[in-house]
Design a protein around this ligand. Structure first.
Ligand code: NI
Length: 134
């Protein structure tokens, strides 16, 4: 990096200690590397929030397929929003649990809305949306 700028940051000691512990867990080589990632993540988020450009989301859902009607309900939502759902991968985790991973494309507000609808479906145990923009 030829245009690197160094800057100092003042932080309470305990906050820095916790940060150092966390970035060690996440296997960052150093603080600079971790802070660069945090800044990029912040800027990407700022960019897509309120943007009219397309963003890309990956949504992971965990659910119990033995709950009556849940598979149909989740498939129904995906068909309803088929213009935004790029791809879906289904993994049978064990006798009971399924994982579904979806690639969603569209305006940030639309991607969020679709993800919220899927995550809030009764029987979904866990759901997480990660959004990114080019
Ligand atoms: Ni399954």
């Amino acid at each position: 990096m030829d245009n690197t700028t160094r800057f100092g940051v003042s932080l309470p000691g305990d906050l820095l200690e916790e940060f150092d512990r966390k970035i060690k867990d996440k296997m960052y080589a150093n603080r600079s590397e971790a802070i660069r990632d945090l800044i990029r993540d912040f800027l990407v988020r700022e960019k897509w929030e309120g943007s009219s450009h397309d963003v890309y989301g990956s949504l992971t859902l965990i659910y119990d397929h033995e709950i009556r009607g849940i598979s149909d309900k989740l498939t129904g939502i995906q068909h309803h929003d088929h213009t935004h759902i790029v791809s879906t991968m289904h993994i049978h985790l064990d006798q009971q649990n399924c994982m579904e991973m979806m690639a969603i494309k569209g305006k940030a507000s639309d991607v969020k809305k679709i993800a919220d609808r899927l995550i809030s479906t009764k029987g979904v145990k866990h759901g997480k949306l990660v959004m990114t923009a080019l």
